[in-house]
Design a protein around this ligand. Structure first.
Ligand code: FPP
Ligand code: MG
Length: 424
């Protein structure tokens, strides 16, 4: 009973933060100090407990928002000539580490099975709907894999398996996946998407009502599990991730016409909608691993999650233009049909000014979507969006360099490649 009331109090406290969204980097007490590879020594302390004081949570976007240096015309032409700027970047990285999914798949398996039990309810329809993406169409388990790898990376070379800390970190991975799946089920209702992960969306299989309830139910179960971690700081951080997801969705739906043209608005929205959950899960993972909230290790974990999350969303937005529905397992060209301007189209509009009114009217007139597609393909919109994703991938790798050397650190570097080169 005590844990449930703690989570409710925690969730209420962060649902309407008075201090979260108006603080700029200048007012943030946090400073990120770059360190040499392997410099910090990992000294795990006791697992964080219930007695932590309330946090002053500043969204990572306000701390880490940076843009890549502007490429000159010459560099842009050079980049556009290349087959793939992404593959060149990948070739330059140290990809000698273990395959990331393989490194933790065995350890992840019992937790994945456990999720199905956790979301069991007395109502068979709700139960089936909530379990759907944990059974047949479970996806890559990208988020739990990141959390498990981060748990190892923040422990350095210490053997952390079988410790209470590690169990809690693995549970955090489960919680993160449950929140993610809940958000996808709701997102497909909002976007009226028929397919997800190569199959029918939950609302198409059942109904909107069942899909909304199934998402709510997953969220509720995730909240109870979060409380059971018995770490108030982590409850606050993960609750603020929920707040951010909704904030991002609202930014997307409610953007003013002028906002739709702004790259900074797009990036901020992408942070709230996608990167915040990965970023907050990585930060929480370091805290559960016994690291201080403002320690170099925790900040490096947070920064990694922030940049990887943004790279992930930018690649997702590129694939919306370049991928096919069959490969993606969800509708292609969905963003433009939903009226959304993402990185490739925003870059294309910088060269083709006729795109600007089209973006502002949310591609509503006949022929708008086709015009947008053609201009993105005719300009270097995709290459420049790839370069933006690369900037964030490089920043994610730089953040990892502040963690002690380990196999998990190298596996996380390889994970940035997976993010950049994925086709679905
Ligand atoms: C996919 O975006 C959607 C998200 C990343 C987040 C959606 C968030 C909500 C619906 C807010 C509610 C949150 C919870 C926790 C229930 P997309 O539409 O760009 O990607 P897609 O192409 O995969 O659909
Ligand atoms: Mg969607």
């Amino acid at each position: 009973m005590r844990t449930v009331s703690t989570i409710v109090a925690g969730l209420l406290a962060v649902a309407h933060p008075t201090n979260s969204f108006n603080q700029g980097a200048a007012s943030s007490p946090r400073r990120h100090v770059a360190g040499a590879r392997g410099a910090p020594r990992v000294r795990p302390r006791q697992a964080a407990t219930l007695s932590e004081a309330p946090l002053n949570i500043v969204p990572a976007y306000e701390v880490y928002a940076t843009v890549p240096p502007k490429a000159g015309k010459k560099e842009r032409a050079k980049a556009a000539e290349k087959d793939s700027v992404v593959h060149k970047w990948v070739e330059e990285q140290d990809m000698s580490g273990p395959e990331p999914f393989g490194l933790v798949s065995e350890e992840l398996a019992p937790f994945s099975d456990n999720i199905k039990e956790l979301v069991e309810t007395d109502n068979p329809v709700l139960s089936k709907a909530a379990k759907h993406f944990f059974e047949q169409r479970h996806g890559k388990r990208f988020r739990p894999t990141i959390v498990m790898l981060m748990a190892k990376a923040v422990a350095g070379n210490l053997d952390n398996q079988d410790t209470e800390m590690y169990m809690k970190q693995a549970q955090l991975g489960q919680i993160t996946e449950m929140i993610h799946v809940a958000s996808l089920i709701h997102d497909d209702v909002l976007d009226e998407a028929d397919t997800r992960r190569g199959g029918e969306a939950v609302h198409k299989m059942y109904s909107n009502k069942v899909a909304v309830l199934a998402g709510d139910y997953l969220l509720a179960r995730a909240s109870v599990l979060l409380a059971k971690l018995e770490c108030v700081n982590v409850v606050q951080i993960m609750a603020s991730a929920l707040d951010s997801l909704v904030q991002g969705e609202i930014m997307q739906i409610k953007s003013a016409p002028e906002d739709t043209l702004e790259m900074s608005y797009y990036l901020r929205k992408s942070y709230y909608k996608t990167a915040s959950l990965i970023c907050d899960a990585c930060k929480s993972c370091a805290i559960l691993g016994g690291h201080g909230i403002n320690s170099d290790i925790t900040l490096a974990a947070e920064k990694f999650g922030y940049h990887l999350g943004l790279a992930y969303q930018i690649i997702d937005d590129i694939l919306d233009f370049t991928g096919t529905s069959e490969v993606l397992g969800k509708p292609a060209m969905a963003d433009v049909s939903l009226g959304l301007a993402t990185a490739p189209v925003l870059y294309a509009a910088q060269d083709s000014r006729e795109l600007r009114p089209v973006i502002k009217r949310r591609f509503k007139e006949k022929g708008d979507a086709e015009l947008a597609y053609n201009l993105v393909m005719d300009t270097d919109g995709v290459v420049r969006a790839q370069q933006l994703a690369l900037f964030h991938a490089q920043s994610a790798v730089d953040a990892l360099m502040e963690l002690p050397p380990s196999d998990a650190q190298l596996a996380l570097i390889r994970l940035t490649e997976v993010v950049l080169t994925r086709s679905s």
